[in-house]
Design a protein around this ligand. Sequence first.
Ligand code: RIB
Length: 300
Amino acid sequence: MPRIVVVGSINMDLVTLAPRFPGPGETLLGSRFLTAHGGKGANQAVAAARLGASVSMVGALGRDAFGDQLHAGLAQEGIDLAHVARLDDEGSGTASITVAEGENQIIVVPAANARVSPAQVETARASIAQADAVLVQLEIPFDTVEATLRLARRENVPAILNPAPAQKLPAEWLQLASYLTPNQHELATALGAGAATDFRELMRRAPCPVVLTRGSEGAWYRDAAHPEPVHQPGFKVEVVDSTGAGDTFNGALAVFLREGLPQAVRKACAAAALSVTKLGAQGGMPTARELETLLTRQAK
Ligand code: RIB
């Protein structure tokens, strides 16, 4: 069973379904509202746990109603929460999400996530040292991301840096990360490049292996063994809600990394495809058996 540590955010997603996105100053009637468990860190942790990994999470929640629900949800998935802080003086993170026309728009209020500290990462040193992979994203403070990358490097544990939401990255992080897993926009932003630059050219510029996600088109990867970007086509599914597809991809990638990058990327694409067939970031995340079913069907 692979051991994964996720250092990242935990949010309550406030999801509204609408026929289209409203313009500035416009009020629209939506068709449905729901709360769903989310946050890039928590989503990646759940994706990995459903696929059979032993997962430990480093993060922070408020001591509020959302915090209680999110904590219980993660515990139910079998995730070790020993390094998830409960803060008395801060609320839990939220994400206001509008889903329309198969796309989403998201506004995140980090709240407790902004207090995930380098000291917490240090406290999780023993778990990180024993992990098969560490996952980290950009919804927590930059110095915490950096502390995670440095610790993983010191302990010789592969670190997957999912540079989402898009931000320009310190050049050193591109050396510290074992894998960078952006979409095209995130890669251009991470490297401080023009948005119009060809994504294959951007991938060649990164000094570490890159796995670039392309939505329904699947993913591209490039590493020392594959110096030219290689395409893994996507799996065809009916899209209900694409929220959390990238997180499912990252969680699965971490779980299957030890099978080699091509196989891990193929399985991550399949897991991400299944994740978009249900509502909510974590709603469609597959179990190991559901993933196998899709992969076997595809192989026939
Ligand atoms: O990647 C999807 C996630 O981004 C949502 O669950 C939301 O919480 C935001 O963090």
